[in-house]
Design a protein around this ligand. Structure first.
Ligand code: ADP
Ligand code: MG
Length: 270
């Protein structure tokens, strides 16, 4: 009998499984389908940028990754935690959902810091109340995270005493304090005055360079080109086109992508 077993050692490829894996995610609001069986793989250390017109489902997709939305069908996996959705599947217990969410940090468009807490208290709140981290340890780590976003001198101030850009940097520190496996950004700079956008984008770029796994929804095309490993273009609840920034933003193949990007080119030329 012929043996197919070689006596030479064969280099085994490293098993690579995505850090975020969405499979067939379906989301309906009444009769309206916001997501049509969307699948998305994001590797560890990857920066994925989602672009697309208003209402195409970007926020719904992001919110499905950290279970702020419960999809009507499909599977959401982040690291080793996986949750299946569908008419015949029961939602896991609250504790399991909470643990899942703790692994997924999110930064929103509206600065959503707790208004009655200082920057430091905001950053400490997750570790303290979700993870029961001892006070001194939570405080030290929170200060380290505030330093990372250049906000340690403002640790004692309330959100109302900070600019929008500073509040967003604190919100990023708050997400990081949970040591999440991935961080999601939903138009984190859209509500900022133009002169405050860059300070937030630079913090995001620094995280990307450190190897954080990030999914970013943004309309800042130049930033998207600079920071993204891969870009996904969404339209009407579907991912229409996916590739490197040079491909999707530089040389889009789909008409809908071209039409969407033409608005930004018009702006840039104006
Ligand atoms: N809670 C909701 N109830 C009904 N429709 C919703 C709800 N949330 C989002 N939608 C609809 O789903 C679609 C996708 O919304 P969204 O994910 O917010 O889009 P994007 O973030 O790309 O602007 C939109 O048409 C929006 O009107
Ligand atoms: Mg949105």
């Amino acid at each position: 009998m012929t043996s197919f077993v070689s006596d030479k050692p064969v280099a085994q490829p490293e098993p690579v499984s995505p850090m975020i894996q969405l499979t067939g995610i379906e989301k309906r609001y009444g009769n309206f389908t916001a997501l049509h069986r969307v699948s998305l793989d994001v590797m560890q250390g990857e920066v994925r940028v989602l672009i697309g017109p208003s209402g195409c489902g970007k926020s719904t997709l992001l919110r499905s990754i950290n279970l702020l939305e419960h999809p009507d069908g499909g599977t959401v996996r982040v690291g080793d935690d996986s949750i299946q959705f569908g008419p015949r599947t029961k939602l896991p217990r609250a504790k399991v959902l909470e643990r899942f969410r703790a692994g997924v940090g999110m930064v929103f468009q509206q600065f959503d810091l707790f208004p009655h807490m200082t920057a430091l208290e905001n950053v400490m709140s997750g570790p303290r109340f979700v993870k029961n981290t001892p006070l001194a340890q939570a405080r030290e780590f929170a200060l380290t995270m505030l330093a990372k976003v250049g906000m340690v001198e403002r640790a004692g101030q309330l959100p109302s005493q900070l600019s929008g850009g500073q509040q967003q940097r604190v919100a990023i520190a708050r997400a990081l304090a949970m040591q999440p496996k991935v961080i999601l950004f939903d138009e984190a700079t859209s509500a900022l005055d133009p002169e405050l956008v860059q300070e937030v984008l630079s913090v995001m770029k620094a995280l990307a360079r450190e190897g954080a796994t990030m999914v970013i929804v943004t309309h800042e095309m130049r930033f998207a080109r600079d920071v993204a490993d891969r870009v996904s273009f969404m339209d009407s609840g579907r991912i229409v086109e996916e590739g490197t920034p040079a491909e999707v933003i530089g040389h889009p193949g789909e008409e809908r992508t071209k039409a969407f990007l033409s608005h930004f080119r018009a702006l840039a030329a104006a």
